[in-house]
Design a protein around this ligand. Sequence first.
Ligand code: GLA
Length: 342
Amino acid sequence: MTNTRFVVHAPGRVNLIGDHTDYAGGLSLPCAIDLGITIEGIHQPDRLELQSDALEGVVSIGLDSTNTIATLEPHWGRYVAAVAQEVRPPRGFTGTVTSTLPTGAGLSSSAALEIALALAMEFAGSPIELALLAQRAELAAVGVPCGLLDQLSIVFGRTGHAMVIDFADNAIEHVPFPENLDIVVVHSGQERQLADSHYAERRTSCELAANRIGPLPAATIADTNSLDGETQRRARHVVSECERVRQAAAALRDNDPITVGQLMTQSHASLRDDFEVSTTVLDDLVTTLHATPGVYGARLTGAGFGGCVVALCDRGAISNPNSITGRGWIVHPSDGARRTTL
Ligand code: GLA
């Protein structure tokens, strides 16, 4: 509590495979990335005052006025208030948010902001508590009943490693990411609006299916045959996606990018046809990337409905990721969120 200046950083994440599995207790294979959100500030007694290089307006809230989340303006102040309600910080700060992470692109900009804010507010609990806190803050701030994919990836990231997360018990296995491969992320140009995007509807369908056939990660495709229509398709995605994550994790451990790439492309088809969270722009981008020499596979990443596509390729195969849609990045598996006191 003696230092008054601070810097905190929370990375974004890219999910290599395993989307819409977290809230069903399934599996994912993400990594934290070297794009993220940094907050630099100075502590002060009783207010939280923030400006941002990417988001409009100045957030200014008293430590004791966190009960007005739903109506707070500017809109991003709702994240600040929701995190403050969770952390109950002992003192305030005045600071600046800088971001290299595109917002609304499927790279977890909101979870990164929430986790950076919690660290700036001197959250002193365990890493898993930090992840759970950010998940609750997301629900309180914008009403999205998200799983823990984003928060666990951001908190537990490790340089040079992807992670296999089992959401049945939130167990994390760090898997070295091969040095001869690149992860390329390309923005589709379609901004994704999670709250507007039927995310909660998809989650409800999965819960309905699990009530009928038991936990989806343990179910088989044959089990899903007893379900009908939309519920069956949603369940079939989760069941098949969990199996793809198991196989992709094994292939990554064996440095077998051909298999990982094939599984990524199958994952996209499942998200498109069974889970129905893709768009034609994302589909076309996946096709373009797939036809690029040196690319093993590509898929939408995150919730879908726009945002980014992730591709796995040979190192240097896509030397200018901006050349495809105008916005792209070669990202590297990176360390998790941290606080650096000046
Ligand atoms: C969003 C949510 C996550 C997860 C993904 C889809 O990023 O925040 O919890 O459900 O979508 O895999």
